[in-house]
Design a protein around this ligand. Sequence first.
Ligand SMILES: [Zn+2]
Length: 573
Amino acid sequence: MTSFNIRARLVLVACAASFVAACGGDEPAQAPGADAVYRNGRIYTVDAERSWAEAVAVSGGRIVYVGSNDGADAHIGSGTQVVDLHGRMMLPGLQDSHIHPIGGGVEASACSLNGLPGLPEYRTAIAEYAAAHPDVPWILGGGWAMSVFGPGGSPDRAIIDELVPDRPVFLTSQDGHTGWANSVALDIAGITKDTPDPVDGRIDRDPETGEPSGALQEGAMKLMTRHIPASTLEDRLAGLRYSIEMLNGYGITAIQDAIVDEEALATYKAMEDRGGLSLHVVGAIWWDRDRGMEQVPEIIALRDKYSHGEIDAGTVKIMQDGVMENYTAAMLEPYLVPSGTRGIPMVEPALLRKVVTRLDAEGFQVHFHAIGDAAIRQCLDAVEEALLENGQLGHRHHIAHLQLIDPDDIPRFGELDVVANFQPLWAYADPYITELTIPFIGEERARWMYPIKSVQDAGGRIAFGSDWSVSSANPYHEMETAITRKSSEDSDMDSFLPEQRIDLETAIAAFTINAAFVNRNEDDTGSIETGKSADLVVLDQNLFEIEPADISETRALLTLFEGRPVHGDPAAL
Ligand SMILES: [Zn+2]
């Protein structure tokens, strides 16, 4: 948030407060009262005491009262909409600390393989999409799972060639770290057996001929994407519209977009100008690791240009490694594979320390991607150096993903106030973990995968994000898995590292007040307290009264953004 924004919000709060004082005091009989009063709820406020309330009054988009039904009656006037919650649970609007709404939305409206069970279904979906879109010059999309293609997760171009021999096809994996191309696309990109691997990626090759096999890992995807025609603003707006509707439908009213460039920021701005941005947005501006410190003035210029209204562009995203399934996550000890690789640190650690120190001094939050224990340590070291150089400036640096944390580094989250931004839906024993990861890192290291409870016990702050469209953006599925360490669809499976289960209070805080802290907006959002933005969600069941295995069944019945219904109808509750 810029200081401009903070001031604007304080003025708004003051106005709302004086409005209430005026109508509560001077003319009680004719006073119009609050815009709306929500009564008879089980309202979990997530304030500092984690207190419960029965009623909330909303005026001018702000919360003007939180407390008992009787107390709320004083805010009911001739112009007040009174809504009976019928004992339902209300929470602060949820926040997602790591998500890709624009790309995910565009992908969802292209050739989507998300959620399909295996290769036969992939073949059908690709063939059907190609037939239904004969004029699309490039067939794009993705969402395929690495586990479908066995260890290494490397699909073959021949599979697509059979289905689409005459047009370029490029489909990204569910986690966005691998691209799957057909032969036409490889030809257009000029990728042959003589093309060297880039420093930050790998071209998968046929072991006998050395010809590219069709999978491009990490930075090697850039060899392809630079040849793909750019999406238009209207494409991106359509994708973002899809995402906002989905997120509001879950009760989400604030996000941190984990990778933005100027195009993405302009998309948010256009959406806001058209009145459709019903979320608070923090955009994490991509750090281009092919360039150095000379990009800092450009990043500052982007922040200054776009940080207005609901948009805060005061974060920089640094991707410090890849993923474990293709052995590109940076590890302290080698993978158990013949090459003995330790993965790929994306930014050289000494440079990383300088970059983070500079960004911190310039007022930026740094949002790291770090999966392997070496990458996580390098990020923590960089923040430590920034704090030594600059002092604690309070920019809420955070590390997303955190798949494997060395136990020595666990207390450092609390010590350095680096927020642990976990994607809890990954913390159960799916094939990514049992088949593609544990055999290649060994049981000993695997004990420290997604150690949410250990970080919390050591004084670290936990925030959650979905990483949609890598994984579902449904926060109730994520909460359930954080609490059970099981798939939300299979309660019979064993808990994965059950000692790392957390309680419901922690899971809710990670999606509300702690996510608001990461989004530098906890003075205005993240809890239900007088003066804050009226971002609220009403659920169909009380999360505290059901079995953990049922949390994923939860539906949001009503979502308010700044007091305005953006999902559901208060009159229909
Ligand atoms: Zn991500």
